[in-house]
Design a protein around this ligand. Sequence first.
Ligand code: ADP
Ligand code: ADP
Length: 542
Amino acid sequence: TCGICVEKCPFDAIEIINLPQELEDDPVHRYGENAFSLYGLPAPQEGQVTGILGPNGIGKTTAVRILAGELEPNLGRYDESPGWEEVLDAYRGTELQDYIADVRDGNVTVSRKPQYVDQIPQQFDGNTRELLERTDERGALDSLVERLSIGPVMDQSIDDLSGGELQRVAIAATLARDTDFYFLDEVTPYLDIGQRVTAARLTRELAEEEGKSVLVVEHDLAILDLLCDTLHVAYGEPGAYGVITTPKSVRNGINEYLSGYLENENMRIRPSQIEFEEHAPRNATHRDTLVEYLDMTKSYGDGEFELAVEGGEIMEGEVLGIVGPNGIGKSTFAQLLTGDLEPTTGETDLDLDISYKPQYVTIDQHMRVDVFLSSITDQFGSSHWNTEIAQPLQLERIMEQNLSDLSGGERQRVAIAACLSDSADLYLLDEPSAHLDVEQRVQATSAIRRHAEMHDATVLVIDHDTYVIDLLADRLMVFDGEPAIEGRAGTPQPMREGMNDFLENLEITFRRDERTSRPRINKPDSQLDREQKREGEYYYSV
Ligand code: ADP
Ligand code: ADP
């Protein structure tokens, strides 16, 4: 170990260049002897959106509680609290000085969106309208309701809202209030790409047009990029210590994070870098067909929702990405393939062995993780399985836990591991990025990609995180239509054509970062946005 981490060094085999400078100073806060310590604080600025990029468990909530005045930082002296005066002294001359003075004087009011919106129904009885009307302090509620498409559920009980509806209601409630400081702990869970972009634009407008200070934590990098003016990277050892860097430009912050090396801090945070391709994957013409399916439809009830699937082929060894708005029939299509649903017209006699990870992971038997996984594969515990599956999905620490005790993110990682460990003709993953923090997404994405390459496995991935789709998919299947009314599933197409179709529906264009080739969302109506729309190149520029 390197002397800091209480557990195993997270960087295995990686030479630690030096200890982070911050750790030689006192922390901002330490919960107790040998307890978690936080180094550094984010610096919210009026009129700006400040982002924090990093894994869960390294003190982001602690930092926000300090900035909200709920937790008095102890500068590491957990047995004798130094008080706000001394804290203020410690921050004199920094960009946080004025802010901390306001917190000390009790002058900072805060509006906050919690990370887990699923818990809102336990705290609130009533319908959407009642919840939202209480928050209407800026006179912005009507416009928020309209732009977030909350209208149809205004009179619905909060108990009956779906995850995506709850998320949009929670965002509207947070942004409708009139406070000094706004904190949004993830805006994207359960939202499709169009809804993610809308949430990001509304948040930006609050800072730009109302001059408010906004702080966000976000694990979807394309959205984080769109949201923020400046960025703090957070790193450390979950549960042991966390460091929040001084602010970086958003572009540098994300690029350094992806490269695995923080330049100013001279700190390696990951052994390998994440690489994006600038060009669409070439159409792999040599591949054999794994399966061909014909046109089919599926309707629910009295035609309340109807999905029309255009026939197509899935090629052996390809990763096929599946994109489209919420409620358009993507999960329905997945279940038609697995045979869990019968089509209304047409047939799906596919005779395929499919390993399926559903969108909502409900493995909650009373069984330990290791017992569960070893019942799926006899490879369990082999060095190959450990390197390919257990390590990237960070399973070591939860092997002895019961499935029923796992958090959403832990359950997701076990479910991805179970899906990939099974031997099958086709691996079908419905939203593998849900509930994962940014580092877990990066690791899970490379585990899925490696699995496809090493076993020449055929993989279908449904996801709303653009980077996950970009890093994984060879071809794309695009769904469109009218959510909850009718959906159309297009035939699989090459990435460039697929992305163009998909983004044209959304009127969003992307450019590529010069240094890392990662996709970045263009400002609407910017020169590039207009040019690319004119040329019909919504995603790949060449
Ligand atoms: P994040 O928001 O980045 O997920 P948190 O700030 O919630 O992280 O927590 C960071 C670490 O501090 C966690 O390991 C958590 O268990 C620990 N922690 C949080 N609150 C307390 C507390 N009151 N006492 C002791 N440890 C705590
Ligand atoms: P997606 O995966 O694209 O979000 P789904 O396939 O889950 O979409 O759902 C498409 C539509 O069908 C939604 O309006 C959903 O409410 C509806 N739906 C899904 N399953 C059922 C069912 N078993 N009975 C009735 N309606 C359903």
